[in-house]
Design a protein around this ligand. Structure first.
Ligand SMILES: CC(C)(COP(=O)(O)OP(=O)(O)OC[C@H]1O[C@@H](n2cnc3c(N)ncnc32)[C@H](O)[C@@H]1OP(=O)(O)O)[C@@H](O)C(=O)NCCC(=O)NCCS
Length: 165
């Protein structure tokens, strides 16, 4: 799903949230909320400009999940040839543990498949237990390691790969 389509993301999400959740392509008006989630999620956050440059880009899938008027999650996938990279994904701290990250990742994988990607790559901090469990649950396997890849604190990145059917 891309191109501004809206869809329910009810499946797998708790009933209390499900009714009010929508998934849609990010627009410039979402950037304040996306940057706030980013800053609340990472010690080495992306800049606002980095997000802004990806809004509406043809080679990028940048969905946000809205709960009413609030943005509660986003993801960014970048495509080139037959490969995709999950470059970012985050859920607002209060929204975690309720299936949103899984649903967003499933959506990214289905968009990747629709765009002809054969492989999806990502990098994750070695200590990021929650994200590693999420990726493992969706079939991502370790393909490599980038030594001291992250700052603040310095830490290795694990490179994970998921092959699509
Ligand atoms: C990683 C993240 C996106 C997961 O989103 P979420 O909505 O909380 O995830 P879900 O509720 O869909 O949970 C999916 C799976 O992740 C794992 N998981 C989630 N939170 C976890 C935690 N605190 N500890 C261990 N595993 C956890 C579980 O395997 C879970 O599956 P289960 O519920 O069947 O056990 C979220 O924690 C987040 O935004 N973290 C900060 C940003 C980040 O680290 N992004 C990834 C960068 S590589």
């Amino acid at each position: 799903m891309g191109g501004g389509a809206r869809a329910s993301v009810a499946g797998g999400v708790s009933d209390a949230l499900a009714g009010a959740l929508t998934l849609r392509a990010a627009s410039d008006g979402d950037l304040d909320a996306v940057v706030a989630i980013e800053r609340g999620s990472f010690s080495d956050p992306w800049s606002r400009g980095s997000f802004g440059s990806l809004v509406g880009a043809a080679h990028v899938y940048f969905p946000v999940v809205a709960e009413g008027a609030s943005i509660v999650a986003f993801a960014i996938a970048i495509f080139a040839a037959d490969e995709g990279e999950l470059a970012n994904i985050a859920v607002t701290p209060a929204g975690r543990g309720r299936g949103l990250g899984s649903r967003l990742l499933d959506e990214v994988l289905s968009v990747a498949l629709a765009r002809g990607a054969r492989t999806v790559w990502l990098e994750v901090r070695e200590s990021n237990v929650a994200a590693r469990a999420l990726y493992g649950s969706r079939g991502f396997m370790q393909a490599g390691r980038r030594k001291r890849y992250y700052d603040d604190p310095v830490e290795d990145a694990l490179v994970l790969r998921r092959t699509l059917p």
